[in-house]
Design a protein around this ligand. Structure first.
Ligand SMILES: CCCCCCCCCCCCCCCCCCCCCCC/C=C/C(=O)SCCNC(=O)CCNC(=O)[C@H](O)C(C)(C)COP(=O)(O)OP(=O)(O)OC[C@H]1O[C@@H](n2cnc3c(N)ncnc32)[C@H](O)[C@@H]1OP(=O)(O)O
Ligand code: FAD
Length: 581
C-alpha cells in the first residue's frame, strides 16, 4: 500500500500492478482492490463515490464483494438474502432467512474487511426486483468488532490461497440507510418507488470487469510457470540422448519442447486476447455512460469466453510445467504448486467455466438463428451464417488455418442447432432439449472461443511493431499455437472437411520442425517476460540458474532441520521402536 501511494496509483488500478504477486498464497486485500473498488467506480452514483471512494483509497474502509451464498453461486437470480425497503424509516432491512442464504466465499470477508458490496434481492412496495448491490458496513470502523445484526467468520482451509481469509456472513434484520443501495443504474426513491436501469444486467458489471482482469492475470500466472520450467529445463541435465554422450539439457528432448513451447505461445495468445477484450470493455463503459448499452451483450459473451478459455489453458499449462520439472516441480519452493492452486480456482470463481461457456453457446445459437432469418447479428458472429471463405488463401497458410477454424466452428454450431431442433421435437420443451444438447453446446463455445483467440494472436503478430527478428520469432510461436490447437481438435476439422488427413499429417510434421526451430528461443522468450526473482519466488526458475544450491539452501529453512533429533522421536518414535509392536 505504501508503494502504491508512493507511485500515485489509485486503488482501482492496484489490482493490475505486480503488488499482488508478492503474496503467493493469496492476498486478503485482493477483492478490496479489485472487485470492491470496481463496484464503487461502476455501480455507485457520483454522490456515493464522493462519500466512500476516498475512505476506501485511504483503507479506512476495506471492502469485499459478497454475492455467493452457501446454496447459490452460479444462479444469481436465485440468491436468498433479502433487502426489504421500509418506507417508515427510509431504510433497507437486510436479512438471511435460511442457512442456504449465508454469504459464503467472499475474499477478505473473514477477518480483514469492515464493509462489503452485498448482492441481495431488492423488495420495495411489496414487489421483488431481483438482485441489487448495497454498500454495507460490517465492522466498527475503529474497533473492528462486527456490528450487531452482522454474523461473520472465516470458512476454513482451502486447496490454496490460504493467506486470504474467505468468509461467511449472515444478517439478522440488519438496517442500512436507503442511500446505501448503489444507485448509479437503478434507484429506490424516498417513497419506495423503483427506477429501472437502462439494461437489467448492469448490476452484474463488476463480474464482467473481473472476468476481463482474470484473463490478464491468467497470462501472467502462466508466464511465471513457463519461465520457471523453461529455465530449469536449460539447467537440468538428465539421461542420454545419444548413448555414451554427456547428459543433455532436458530442453533438448523433443517431448520437453512439446510440453513447454505451446504454453509459452499460449501466454501471448491469452495476453493479446485480454488486450482486445479490455479495449472493448473501455468502449462499452464509455457508451454506457452515454446511455448506450447496445454492445453490452457482446462484451458479456466475449468476457465469458475468454475467462473460461484462459483459466482452463493456464491451469493445464501450469500443471504441465510442474510435471515438466519432474520431482523438483512438486516441492513448494519451486513456486509451481502455489501457482497451480492460485490459478485453478479461476476456473470456478467469477462464473464457473461450464456455465460461462453455456452462456456463449446460447449466444451462438441465437445469433445463428437470427442470421438464418436475415436479422442483424453482431460482427463477431456474422461468420456463422456467412458463406464459406475457404480456398481463397494459399493452402495451409496461417489465413487458411484461421478460415478452417471459422468454418469448423460454424459447422459445429449448425450441427448442434439441428440436434437441438430434433431434441426439441422429441421433448416438446426447449429447456429439456437444451440440457440434452449441453455437452455439444459447450464444444461449440470452446471452438468459437479458440477461433477468437487464434485470430487475435495472428492479427496482433501481423500488426505488431517490432524488429524483423523479434517478429519472426513471434510468427513462429503463433504458427505453433495454431497448429497445436488444430492437432488437439482435429476431429472438428475432419468433420467439417476443412482439413484432410494428409493436411493434418503435414501440419504435424511442421509442428515438430517448429519445436526444434524455437528451442534456442525458449530461454530468451521467458527472460523477456522480465520477472524479478522476488516475484517468481522459485528455487528452480531464478535468473542465475543456481537451482541445486537454492534447493539445498531452502531445505535448510525447514523447521524440522532446527534440531538433529526431533521432539517426535522422544514422544512417539522411540517408544514405538522399543515396544516390539
Ligand atoms: C507477457 C507476459 C507478462 C504478462 C503480464 C500481464 C500484464 C497484465 C498484468 C495484469 C495483472 C492482472 C492482475 C489482476 C488480478 C485481478 C484478478 C481479480 C481477482 C479477484 C478475486 C476474485 C474472487 C472471486 C469473486 C467471485 O467469484 S464473485 C461471484 C461471481 N459469481 C458469478 O460469476 C456468478 C455466475 N453467474 C452469472 O453471472 C449469472 O447468473 C449467469 C450469467 C450465469 C446467468 O444469469 P441470469 O440467470 O440472470 O441470466 P440468463 O441466463 O437468464 O440470461 C438472461 C440474459 O442476460 C444476459 N446476461 C447475463 N449476464 C449478463 C451480463 N453480465 N451482462 C450482460 N448480459 C448478461 C444473458 O446473456 C441473457 O441474454 P439473452 O436473453 O439475450 O440470451
Ligand atoms: C477461491 C474462491 C474465491 C471466491 N471468492 C468469491 C468472492 O469474493 N465473492 C463471491 O461472491 N463469491 C466468491 N466465490 C464464489 C464463486 O463465485 C462460486 O463458487 C462460483 O460462481 C461457482 O458457483 P458454485 O460454487 O455455486 O458452483 P455450482 O454452480 O454449484 O457448480 C457446481 C457444478 O454444477 C454445474 N452447474 C451449475 N449450474 C449449471 C447450469 N446452469 N448448467 C450446467 N451445469 C451447471 C457447474 O458446471 C459445476 O460443475 C469464490 C469461490 C472460490 C472457489
Amino acid at each position: 500500500m505504501r508503494k502504491l501511494a508512493e507511485h500515485n496509483i489509485p486503488l482501482r488500478e492496484a489490482s493490475i500492478t505486480q503488488v499482488h504477486s508478492v503474496l503467493r498464497d493469496g492476498n486478503p486485500l485482493i477483492v478490496h482492490t479489485s472487485m470492491f473498488a470496481n463496484a464503487l467506480a461502476s455501480l455507485a452514483n457520483p454522490k456515493q463515490q464522493q462519500q466512500w471512494v476516498p475512505l476506501a483509497e485511504k483503507n479506512r474502509i476495506i471492502g469485499t464483494y459478497a454475492q455467493t451464498e452457501i446454496g447459490h453461486g452460479t444462479f444469481v437470480r436465485g440468491l436468498e438474502t433479502t433487502a426489504i425497503f421500509d418506507p417508515e424509516t427510509k431504510e433497507f432491512v437486510l436479512h438471511s432467512p435460511t442457512i442456504t442464504s449465508t454469504k459464503w466465499w467472499p475474499g477478505g470477508l473473514g477477518k480483514t474487511a469492515n464493509a462489503a458490496i452485498v448482492m441481495a434481492q431488492l423488495y420495495t412496495q411489496g414487489k421483488c426486483y431481483g438482485p441489487h448491490p448495497f454498500f454495507v458496513q460490517l465492522r466498527d470502523f475503529d474497533t473492528h468488532h462486527s456490528l450487531p445484526g452482522v454474523i461473520l467468520g472465516e470458512i476454513g482451509p482451502r486447496l490454496g490461497i490460504n493467506s486470504q481469509d474467505n468468509g461467511y456472513l449472515r444478517f439478522d434484520h440488519y438496517r442500512i440507510p436507503r442511500t446505501n443501495m448503489l444507485m448509479r443504474h437503478s434507484q429506490v426513491l424516498e417513497d419506495g418507488s423503483y427506477v429501472k436501469p437502462i439494461h437489467n444486467k448492469l448490476s452484474y458489471g463488476t463480474m464482467v470487469w473481473t472476468r476481463v482482469a482474470i484473463v490478464h492475470s491468467c497470462s501472467k500466472k502462466l508466464a511465471c510457470a513457463v519461465t520457471i520450467a523453461t529455465r530449469y529445463s536449460a539447467v537440468r541435465h538428465q539421461s542420454e540422448l545419444v548413448p555414451g554422450k554427456p547428459e543433455p539439457q532436458i530442453l533438448e528432448y523433443q517431448t520437453q519442447q512439446y510440453k513447454l513451447l505451446p504454453h509459452i505461445a499460449s501466454v501471448f495468445a491469452i495476453l493479446f486476447s485480454a488486450s482486445s477484450v479490455l479495449r472493448m470493455q473501455r468502449n462499452v463503459a464509455a457508451s454506457i455512460s452515454k446511455g448506450n448499452v447496445e454492445l453490452l451483450p457482446e462484451l458479456h459473451i466475449l468476457s465469458c469466453a475468454m475467462k473460461a478459455l484462459s483459466s482452463q489453458d493456464s491451469t493445464q499449462g501450469i500443471e504441465t510445467c510442474r510435471l515438466a520439472c519432474g520431482g523438483h516441480g512438486y516441492i513448494a519452493s519451486s513456486g509451481l504448486p502455489s501457482l497451480y492452486t492460485s490459478t485453478t480456482c479461476t476456473i470456478t470463481y467469477e462464473g464457473e467455466n461450464t456455465v460461462l461457456l453455456l452462456q456463449v453457446a446460447r449466444y451462438l445459437i441465437k445469433s445463428y438463428r437470427a442470421g438464418l432469418e436475415g436479422l442483424p447479428v453482431l460482427p463477431s458472429v456474422m461468420y456463422l451464417t456467412a458463406p464459406s471463405a475457404m480456398h481463397q488463401s494459399p493452402p495451409l497458410s496461417n489465413q487458411a488455418l484461421i478460415e478452417a477454424f471459422r468454418i469448423s466452428s460454424a459447422n459445429l454450431v449448425k450441427e448442434t442447432e439441428s440436434r437441438l431442433c430434433r431434441q426439441f421435437n422429441l421433448e416438446q420443451n426447449f429447456h429439456y432439449a437444451w440440457n440434452r444438447c449441453s455437452v455439444a453446446l459447450v464444444h461449440c463455445a470452446e471452438l468459437h472461443s479458440r477461433y477468437y483467440m487464434c485470430e487475435k494472436f495472428l492479427s496482433t503478430v501481423e500488426s505488431i511493431r517490432a524488429s524483423d527478428r523479434v517478429r519472426s520469432v513471434l510468427q513462429d510461436l503463433c504458427r505453433l499455437y495454431l497448429i497445436h490447437h488444430i492437432t488437439l481438435n482435429q476431429g472438428h476439422f475432419l468433420r467439417s472437411g476443412t482439413l484432410s488427413g494428409v493436411d493434418l499429417s503435414t501440419l504435424e510434421e511442421e509442428m515438430y520442425e517448429l519445436l526444434a526451430k524455437l528451442r534456442p528461443q525458449a530461454v530468451p522468450l521467458v527472460d523477456a517476460f522480465d520477472f524479478r526473482d522476488e516475484l517468481l519466488g522459485s528455487t528452480l526458475g531464478a535468473w542465475d540458474g543456481r537451482v541445486y544450491e537454492r534447493l539445498y539452501e531452502e531445505a535448510q529453512k525447514s523447521p524440522l532441520n532446527k534440531t538433529d533429533v526431533s521432539k517426535a522421536y522422544h514422544k512417539y518414535l522411540q517408544p514405538l521402536m522399543k515396544s516390539n509392536l
